[in-house]
Design a protein around this ligand. Structure first.
Ligand code: HEC
Length: 156
């Protein structure tokens, strides 16, 4: 019986995640968002080992400007990213309450693993733990939207 219930849940998930081609409807978005916050995304309790200070923030901004800027913009709010609204799911503002509600540990998990099946890549193995934790600090102190200009790669 339990196996049956499990496979039903899996089918439901596959159904939800499978429809990338059409923009997600409201209910579906809410369900996926709930599932991400409560089920998929691990490490809820893990604490950031780095100090929340100017040095870490500068390191995080630096790493972000190399590895995340192409999709999220320098400000983490998609400024100047031409396709941000045109892909499915669209790229969220990292300053939005939905993203900020994650714990530090969950953000680190997202950066390690990425979000399947969207375009959000995992960085485990590419970036060191320290770089990823410093990015988490940067995510907590994002500059005002638009204040950093557009990523260089889209302005030249
Ligand atoms: C190739 C484009 C791309 C790159 C590069 C990228 N992201 Fe993303 N990111 C996305 C997309 C697309 C989403 C939306 C995923 C979703 O909602 O399913 C996303 C979502 C996120 C989220 C929110 C997840 C959620 O559940 O709402 C965070 C946090 C994030 N990215 C951080 C980063 C960081 C930090 C980097 C650099 C280490 C990075 N991303 C690099 C495309 C990218």
């Amino acid at each position: 019986m339990r196996a049956l219930a499990g496979s039903a849940a899996l089918c439901l998930l596959a159904g939800l995640l499978g429809c990338k081609a059409t923009p997600p409807g409201r209910t579906e978005t809410a369900v996926v968002s709930f599932a991400k916050h409560h089920v998929f995304v691990g490490n809820k309790k893990e604490k950031n080992p780095l100090p929340d200070d100017a040095g870490t923030l500068a390191d995080g901004k630096e790493a972000f400007s190399h590895y995340c800027v192409a999709c999220h913009g320098l400000d983490g709010q998609n400024t100047g990213v031409p396709f941000a609204d045109h892909i499915s799911p669209p790229i969220p503002s990292l300053a939005s309450p939905n993203v900020q509600r994650y714990t530090d540990g969950q953000l680190k998990w997202i950066l390690d693993n990425g979000i399947w099946p969207s375009g959000m890549p995992g960085s485990k193995g590419t970036l060191s733990d320290d770089e990823l934790w410093s990015i988490v600090v940067y995510l907590r102190h994002l500059p005002p939207a638009g204040s950093q200009g557009a990523p260089e790669m889209y302005t030249h």
